[in-house]
Design a protein around this ligand. Structure first.
Ligand SMILES: Cc1cc2nc3c(=O)[nH]c(=O)nc-3n(C[C@H](O)[C@H](O)[C@H](O)COP(=O)(O)OP(=O)(O)OC[C@H]3O[C@@H](n4cnc5c(N)ncnc54)[C@H](O)[C@@H]3O)c2cc1C
Length: 387
């Protein structure tokens, strides 16, 4: 097994580093916004990195979306700007189901514009009364003669208000189904989500008698969870990538501060308790990075079979980002508390990562189910099967 990125991924990382450097001057401004920063959007479009979020048939870079490439880019972008990272990743998260199961007409209509960034994508799963427990959503599609009608709501939707379309999870007779709803569909109303501690482009969607045509279906009736899980299989590990990028940025800031600030006649980094925190943070970060690359590489080969690894990577890396940013603020003393300083931003931005795309508790639940099933299945095998 190789423990280093090969030259394909190193070249992609260089592209991301170039974009991040160009975006750095706007980072504080963009990260305070809950609408799209047009300058960042243009930089991203010009960088060509959005082509990593769509298959090559529709203008993307690789035959299929490569989780390791997405991961490597998010690691770099998140260290500079959460706004930039989110703009990048959402194109894939919002369009993956469409690329996987939409009709040719629907894919030809939308995906090239996702790859170029002319249209932003959104994924609508969460509702006002339902988050982790997606099987209990209330948004529904019902038939009125030849017409399909969508009623309900979606809450905390990234790119809400800015997206050109949303992939929306809804219930119907056959079970849960996925539909592409253009942002200008009559009956769709978008209102702002309350501001959160780490500003994010978010909105509430309300569907009131929205007509959706059969051609806007993504996949067969009742198969939505397959497409949602496939999306998570590819993109959940990329949240781990973003988490380690954020944690690295916080650790770099802290090491610089602790290495140069003198208290009690020596640098902070030489005071035992501070050294202890720095050492623990670096070790946690490197462990999270190794697991993240391993999970992303496995997801590249077989996304569905490696979802437990992706979940572990997202769990470990987002929890590590929480610990590392918390220690970073502690080590920086009062300077770590200054509004919109790099550390203060990273500290706030680390927090939602343990909640979205599978909260830590829900991930542990899934991982433990896989563990028990794997052990029991192994024990049921004959010695010959085990070999
Ligand atoms: C910045 C941001 C962006 C987002 N973007 C999107 C988006 O683009 N599209 C979208 O659809 N949603 C989006 N969301 C919503 C996100 O997916 C939900 O917040 C997430 O699924 C958790 O749901 P919830 O907040 O309703 O929490 P709940 O499901 O109510 O959970 C609350 C707490 O209970 C715990 N819990 C829940 N179930 C269990 C269980 N079975 N066992 C143990 N503990 C449990 C959770 O871990 C959590 O700690 C976004 C959220 C944020 C913060």
């Amino acid at each position: 097994m190789a423990f280093e990125l090969d030259k394909t991924y190193l070249a992609i990382r260089d592209e991301a580093i170039e974009l991040a450097a160009a975006a750095e001057p706007f980072a504080v401004e963009a990260d305070a916004m809950s609408t799209v920063h047009e300058g960042m959007r243009k930089l991203l479009a010009d960088s060509g990195l959005w082509t990593l979020t769509v298959p090559s048939r529709w203008g993307g870079r690789f035959d299929s979306v490569d989780p390791l490439a997405v991961c490597v880019v998010r690691e770099v972008l998140m260290g500079t700007s959460a706004h930039l990272d989110s703009l990048f990743a959402l194109q894939g998260i919002g369009s993956f189901g469409l690329a996987r199961a939409g009709s040719d007409a629907l894919r030809d209509r939308w995906l090239p514009q996702v790859a170029s960034g002319d249209v932003l994508a959104g994924l609508g799963l969460t509702e006002q009364d339902t988050g982790s427990d997606l099987k209990n959503i209330v948004t529904e599609v019902w038939r009125d003669g030849d017409r399909l009608i969508l009623d309900g709501n979606k809450s905390f939707i990234s790119n809400g208000g800015a997206a050109g379309f949303y992939s929306v999870l809804a219930r119907e007779d056959a079970g849960l189904s996925l539909f592409l709803v253009p942002a200008d569909a009559p009956g769709l109303t978008v209102t702002p989500t309350p501001e959160i501690i780490a500003p994010h482009v978010l909105a509430e969607l309300s569907f009131d008698n929205v007509e959706v045509s059969e051609t806007n279906r993504i996949g067969d009736p009742g198969t939505a969870m397959d497409h949602v899980l496939a999306t998570l299989a590819v993109f959940r590990v990329s949240v781990a990538g973003a988490s380690i990028g954020l944690a690295q940025a916080a650790l770099d800031e802290t090491a610089r501060h602790a290495g140069t600030r003198i208290q009690f006649g020596r640098p902070l980094a030489r005071l035992g308790a501070v050294a202890d925190m720095l050492g623990a943070s670096w070790a946690e970060l490197e462990a999270a990075r190794l697991l993240t690359y391993k999970a992303a590489d496995s997801a590249r080969v077989d996304p569905a079979a490696s979802i437990h690894l992706s979940s572990m990577a997202k769990l470990v890396a987002s929890e590590a980002a929480g610990h590392i940013t918390d220690r970073a603020v502690q080590i920086s003393g009062r300077f770590g508390l200054v509004r919109d300083s790099k550390l203060e931003r990273l500290y706030r931005q680390a927090r939602p990562m343990r909640i979205y795309e599978g909260s830590s508790e829900v991930l542990r639940l899934g991982i433990s189910k896989t563990l028990v099933a794997t052990v029991l299945a192994n024990e049921a095998q004959t010695p010959a099967e085990k070999r």
